[in-house]
Design a protein around this ligand. Sequence first.
Ligand SMILES: [Mg+2]
Length: 321
Amino acid sequence: MASEFDLIARYFTRAAPDGLLGVGDDCALFPVPAGEQVATSTDLLLEGRHFFPDVDPKALGHKALAVNLSDLAAMGARPIGCVLGLALPRLDEPWLAAFAEGFHALAAAHGCPLIGGDTTRSAHDLAISVTVFGAVPAGQALRRDGAQAGDDVWVSGDLGAADVAYRLLDGQYPANAPLLAATRAALEWPQPQVALGLALRGIANAAIDLSDGLLQDLGHILAASRAGARLQFADLPAAPALAGLDAAPLRRALLGGGDVYQLCFTAPAARRDAVVSAAAAAGARVTRVGEILPQAGLSVLDAQGRPLADLPAGFDHFPAA
Ligand SMILES: [Mg+2]
């Protein structure tokens, strides 16, 4: 008789593509093309902390992989494969089937097969750990430490919808069914910008994916690059669903809202046409939102050119150099 973990394995075992040894041996094996480096990243998602217990399991399977693919995108790395660790408090077969469906669909869309993993029983909450592997030509990865004074600051896609959806679901904002309907997909079905990351190799000087909010994530680029930046608030690409929002929640969503999984990157002003062409080729939308400055500090200017006061909490000002 099949044990429950045989059953779990059935949902996650897929034939590995040619050249890879996937699930079923002690280790997975994958080749690394000559002249390339392996890029790897891992994320741990905990029930109640990173996702609501009642989230659609198919969306959760998608997002568990999406947040990791987004890290590969931020480095300009091409996905090779991934491994999955699951700690499950109970065996719920329909839940597992839906989770696996969401996970495998995104894996297939990005050529990132599941090549290994482990499952165990958890006493209480659900925990999901995904590790991705990618490849990037040696020396060509997009890093956080390459921003140069005079670079433009760009963001892909639009901002703020995931933050609003999160606060609605968490009860921080009064119930608003139309607004939730218009923002929820951004929170639960983020689309990692892998093609854009690849297209920006050789063009962008620095990049990061937006997981913790624009100010905080751009702050990581600035700290690593020992530089500052000035953003124009009016140029930030707000998600269309945010059109009716008051000033304070709008500011919070655009500058501090996490779970965006778009890219923030810097590129020389002389490469604007190359950035736009690369984005178009990748099917991505990009918006120029500010510039990199030689001196430390991050300011956001309003339409009159005045710095915004009281930037959203959560933003960690630069550590002393
Ligand atoms: Mg990241």
